[in-house]
Design a protein around this ligand. Structure first.
Ligand SMILES: Nc1ncnc2c1ncn2[C@@H]1O[C@H](COP(=O)(O)OP(=O)(O)OP(=O)(O)O)[C@@H](O)[C@H]1O
Ligand SMILES: [Mg+2]
Length: 323
């Protein structure tokens, strides 16, 4: 069965730029899809096509069961959108902005007022509620924009970089709001530059680059594709790097890389915690003092970097560091 957000072969060009070059998506109802990709990958363009703000050149998209190109007005009634750049009316106060959205959606005045008050509280804007939003900081505007997207609880939500510019506390609170929404049955597509965010919130992840989906799967599936675990050791004395390297080479399943300036050695391994204990024992036996040692699984950041091709640059740098 087709999901609550479905796209097939979406293409959108701007002059010579193929911002979307045949994108397929399928987001099951009540789940979160994280759309990841470097700057210019096509994330915002995808969101804009799916939310009827742009018409795709070709391909098909169905949101909440409605064809995006054939029935854009109907789609708009079934979705909420928080864009990459906050879209609030600067001259209205935070409260007025939210009440206005409620009224646009034909809420009764009393209901719109109550909903606005609740959201202002929720997004830590109660104190600033009656100030014109042009006096808000960047993070406050962002929160107001997100609150506006949540005035009505549509079955399908799109959030383009919802937490960019938010401090850690506000980001955490937004994550909680998102989790509640999804627990209540909302389907969400979000884009983010914070891979930890995708790891935390998204059931499935699509990595896009140059307008194409270059990988998809759960966070764990993507990490497994990127490769296994590594031991990272930071030695205390620069003179010990050579000796530590020899010891690690004995445990490694691949080449040891060394970053001289941080005194960090990294080697791919298999064997987990038991092996880590052996490495520590051998380093200690040689009198090599360490500042830090860790067994590291690939993070989503590693996945992203290796998929989007920035790895080549990074490994060149590592080689120079080794010399
Ligand atoms: N209205 C437009 N006119 C011309 N080119 C555009 C337009 N909108 C997007 N593009 C181009 O399409 C490509 C994809 O842009 P898009 O904004 O979708 O990327 P993004 O993945 O959202 O990037 P970011 O992470 O920086 O937000 C880029 O090369 C961009 O320059
Ligand atoms: Mg964007």
């Amino acid at each position: 069965m087709q999901g609550a957000i479905y796209a097939e072969g979406l293409v959108k060009t701007f002059g010579d730029v193929r911002a979307l070059d045949g994108v397929d998506l399928d987001v099951p109802e009540g789940t979160v899809l994280g759309l990841l990709g470097p700057n210019g990958a096509g994330k915002t363009t995808a969101v804009r096509c799916l939310t009827t703000l742009l018409t795709p050149d070709s391909g098909r998209a169905v949101v909440a069961g409605i064809d995006v190109v054939k029935n854009p007005n109907e789609v708009r009634r079934s979705i909420g959108l928080s864009g990459q750049f906050a879209a609030v009316d600067e001259y209205l106060t935070g409260r007025e902005n939210l009440q206005m959205v409620g009224q646009l959606y034909q809420m009764r005045a009393k209901e719109a007022k109550a909903r606005a008050a609740e959201l202002l509280e929720r997004f830590n804007l109660a104190d600033a509620a009656d100030r014109p939003s042009k006096t808000y900081s960047g993070g406050m505007r962002r929160r107001l924009d997100l609150a506006a997207a949540l005035v009505v609880s549509p079955p399908v939500m799109f959030m383009d970089e919802p937490t960019t510019g938010l401090d850690p506390v506000n980001r955490q609170q937004l994550w909680e709001v998102i989790q509640e929404l999804v627990a209540g049955g909302t389907t969400l597509l979000l884009t983010t530059q914070y891979l930890e965010e995708a790891d935390h919130l998204a059931h499935d992840i699509c990595v896009v680059d140059h307008g194409r989906v270059i990988a998809r799967g759960t966070s764990d599936q993507l990490k497994a594709q990127t490769g296994g675990e590594r031991v990272e050791v930071v030695v205390h004395e620069p003179e010990h790097i050579g000796a530590a390297r020899e010891i690690l080479a004995g445990f490694g399943k691949g080449e040891t890389t060394v970053a001289e300036h941080t005194r960090k050695l990294t080697v791919p391994v298999t064997g987990g915690a038991k092996l880590l204990a052996e490495v520590i024992r051998d380093l200690d036996a040689q009198g090599i003092e360490i500042d830090d040692i860790a067994l590291r699984r690939p993070t989503l950041d590693d996945v992203f970097i290796s998929l989007t091709g920035h790895l080549a640059e990074a490994s060149e740098q590592d080689e120079q560091e080794t010399r």
